[in-house]
Design a protein around this ligand. Structure first.
Ligand SMILES: [Zn+2]
Length: 305
């Protein structure tokens, strides 16, 4: 099984996670820029964070044989802090970079005027840069928040096929399906969406325009939930081709619209093989050799590289 996790915050995860993910078949990830828990107090903190998403984290991922891309944005929660308005001015510089495959996460948290302004400006940036957009839906008042999100996206003039609306559930999937946007589901250990409900939704709504992610971050979450959905799909009678559509082809098609998705470092035979020590050694050696700024900084500490 080959897996592309289209929404996971690897900066918050450990090397054990990278090892387990790669062994489970996760070959590629997209890490959206988000809220770090600790509020940031100046745009400069965002610049360092964005640089990490474009530099250090893909370098670290490569040492475990995982290809890493990111999305860049001012997240909805911090859009409410007037000290961070300058982040919006930083974005054009970052949205031009090679490994940025979408604008995101944008959207609503508390649905305030400041969030409206940040969302509208960032949707306009996506239009200007020809990029897809990853839109987060609020956890409270989800149906109304999702409805409003769809309306704002429509007004932006972005084609719906370039928009992924994430963190959906049974209540919101129908309206997003009707909108023509892509449907994202975050599968968590306890709350929101779980594996069995996810498989039921796939049975009811089909596989078209559906993405499944773990959204794993610094909170209770599980980076292997994508694999768990694949296994549960097979157990429920879906074919291996169906699993490949949801866990690989769909995210590749969505982020591929950026023209920047580079999966060329994944050798063809690895797309089906399970992890071996040789694969990790090869990936790690290549990553260290290409290390640039990070040369000599071995994440693997004393192992192969
Ligand atoms: Zn997220």
């Amino acid at each position: 099984m080959r897996i592309f996790d289209p929404h996971i915050h690897m900066t918050s995860r450990t090397t054990d996670d990278y090892e387990r993910m790669r062994a489970a078949g996760v070959l590629a990830v997209v890490e959206p820029a988000f809220w770090l828990g600790q509020p940031r107090t100046s745009p400069a903190s965002f610049a360092d964070y964005f640089d990490g998403l474009l530099g250090w984290e893909p370098y670290r991922a490569a040492q475990f044989g995982v290809v890493h891309h990111c999305t860049i944005a001012l997240n909805p929660k911090e859009a409410n802090d007037p000290r961070l308005q300058g982040v919006l001015d930083l974005l054009p510089r970052y949205l031009a970079k090679d490994r940025v495959v979408a604008v995101g996460e944008v959207g609503y948290d508390e649905i305030t005027p400041a969030e409206d302004e940040a969302l509208t400006r960032q949707l306009a940036l996506a239009v200007e840069h020809g990029l897809p957009v990853l839109v987060h839906t609020p956890h409270r008042d989800k149906a109304a928040g999702t409805r409003r999100t769809i309306d704002v996206v429509r007004e932006s003039g972005l084609p719906p096929e370039r928009v992924l609306i994430d963190h959906l559930n049974e209540m919101t999937v129908g309206m997003v399906a009707d909108s023509g946007c892509w449907m994202g589901f975050s599968v968590y250990p306890d709350t929101k969406m779980d594996v069995d409900r996810m498989v039921t939704i796939l049975g009811e709504h089909g596989l078209d325009r559906v993405l499944v992610n773990s959204a794993a971050d610094w909170g209770r979450s599980d980076p292997l939930k994508t694999r768990a959905v694949g296994d549960a799909m097979l157990a429920a009678g879906f074919s291996e081709a169906d699993v490949d559509t949801v866990l690989w082809a769909n995210p590749v098609a969505f982020y591929g619209q950026s023209g920047r998705l580079d999966l060329s470092s994944i050798p063809a035979e690895l797309t089906t093989a399970e992890l071996t020590t040789a694969h990790v050694t090869t990936a790690a050696t290549a990553a260290v050799a290409a290390g640039g700024d990070y040369a000599g900084n071995t994440v693997l500490r004393g192992s192969p590289a």
